[in-house]
Design a protein around this ligand. Structure first.
Ligand SMILES: Cc1cc2nc3c(=O)[nH]c(=O)nc-3n(C[C@H](O)[C@H](O)[C@H](O)COP(=O)(O)O)c2cc1C
Length: 197
């Protein structure tokens, strides 16, 4: 059993979460490789595929669904997973699959219904952003009543939740995993084959 963990992000937090998942999976005896979604190894070599993507200006990068579309036969046949990384998820009332607005919107509109889904709070580090990005995030933080001090550096990611998700990913290879749609999330994900909608 080998899992491919693909990240689509900008400032490295989604990659860090993938690397943490890989280490946790290794501890569980499951091999996993981490790669950028933009530069993946051959996905057909893996038993399961997970994609993590961060939110930028209210959206996941369209490259996520383009990748799934391009490898449609693989995603139809193999267990797969998706996780979203965003700062709205720092709020306890917005950090589940059922309550995170970005993940909900993604799943509502996506023809791809992943076998497993998760959402994690991301990283806020104003000093790393260029002027434009810093202003955008400060505005988002101001709207959502978060820190706007341009020296703020807070990692909101709950690594215990990421560890739990690694446990779910480790189950992807189990018999019948592809059919256990939505079991890991407090949200009824329709049990339709990918791309049926
Ligand atoms: C330019 C920019 C725009 C962002 N827009 C949003 C947003 O609309 N909503 C949100 O919750 N988080 C937003 N974020 C926060 C990121 O999702 C968060 O920092 C995440 O950790 C980024 O992961 P990455 O480093 O893998 O890209 C934004 C971040 C940046 C840099």
């Amino acid at each position: 059993m080998a899992i491919l963990l693909l990240h689509q992000g900008v400032y490295g937090q989604t990659r860090r979460i993938c690397e943490f998942l890989r280490n946790e999976l290794a501890a569980l005896g499951v091999a996993a490789d981490v790669a950028a979604l933009a530069d993946p190894p051959d996905p057909s070599r893996y038993d399961a595929i997970a994609i993590g993507a961060s939110i930028r200006n209210g959206k996941h990068n369209p490259a996520v669904l383009e990748f799934v579309r391009r490898h449609r036969a693989l995603f139809d046949a193999k267990p797969n997973a998706f996780f979203s990384v965003n700062l709205v998820a720092r709020k306890p009332e917005k950090n589940t699959v059922a309550t995170n607005p970005y993940l909900k919107a993604f799943l509502d509109r996506s023809p791809w219904q992943p076998t497993r889904v998760a959402v994690f709070a991301g990283n806020l580090d104003y000093r790393r952003y260029g002027a434009m990005d810093r202003n955008i995030i400060r505005f988002i933080m101001w709207i959502t009543k978060g820190p706007t001090d341009p020296h703020t550096k807070i990692e909101y990611t709950n690594w215990d939740e990421v560890r739990r998700f690694a446990g779910e990913l480790a189950q992807l290879g189990a018999p019948g995993a592809k059919a256990v749609v939505g079991a890991a999330v407090p949200r009824a994900v329709p049990a339709v084959p990918a791309h049926a909608a």
